[in-house]
Ligand binder design. Sequence first.
Ligand code: MRU
Length: 353
Amino acid sequence: MSAFRSIEWLEGGIVRMLDQRKLPLETTYNDYTTYQDVAQAITDMVIRGAPAIGAAAAYGIALTAHHSAAADLDSLYDELEVADQLLRKSRPTAVNLFWALDRMVAHIANFKVSTENGSISQLQSATLSEAHAIAAEDVELNRAIGKHAMPLIPDKATIIHHCNTGSLATVDYGTALGIIRMAHEEGKQVMALIDETRPRLQGGRLSAYELKAQGVPFKVIVDGASGHFLRTGDVNLCVVGADRVVANGDTANKIGTYNLAVVARENNIPFYVAAPTTTIDMATATGDEIEIEERPAHEVTHVDASQITPDDVAVANPAFDVTPAKYITAIITERGVVYPPFEENIARIMREK
Ligand code: MRU
């Protein structure tokens, strides 16, 4: 387990989140008791990373039930629906948000039909236990991803990683960064090249923070340096996470992932996506249909409080891009490593349990 938790539920109905906006310089935990504040924390990126966002939304539902003053179950069902609708608007790209909320909705619907004369306190327990299950399963999925990835990592490996996909981006352990961590823990000689990941610097701030704490050797590089290292730096592989993998294998991930994948292909370096099946969206056929979040201009014009551009410049700030499946060597999931043809092989792995 990591020394910190991205998110946890505290006795009495509190959701505690490590404020990732303040890392690595300040370790601050924020406590939330309403779904509105949880939704805002997701939008503001107090918590971020696809699996962590999913867990936060699930706890947002449990929190709503816990603090409800509803007089009867029907009123509580209505309140939970309002919370669900607001949480769905918090960020658009990571499918884990919608996956977790769909799972909570299904659990509540199941409670409704299967529990005759159920009580409000039973529904409170049911929502909390489902949110806890989502959180606990995420940690297991991440470790399984790491295990499936180990044969792909040479005993001595230089690995490029983009954004932050570690314990902070998940409930614990991490996906792509979890693979790097596991390789190190298994005694492989790993050197991670960590893209700093403009504009919010999830690599330079968060991945560096995690790898440093774990004692994994790494260097932070500017995003523009990855091409240089892919051409000259004896890089063995790239591994990144995902916010949404769609049915044909196209993958939305942090802005800059597409550039990395294309340059990796140009240099014949394997490019892996590590993602739990909770990040796979079978209802979307191709990457062109994924909504790409546009974030505020100040993320580009400023670093923290410091302005780095002239006043009043026009800005475009897409938070994610889509890497077409043809650039992806394989997708590493908790159920195994999926190779092309992705359409067929993703469908197969999604049918397995
Ligand atoms: O905008 P962010 O920081 O939420 O973006 C995070 C990423 O793009 C991650 O790579 C992705 O969510 C996978 S996290 C295991």
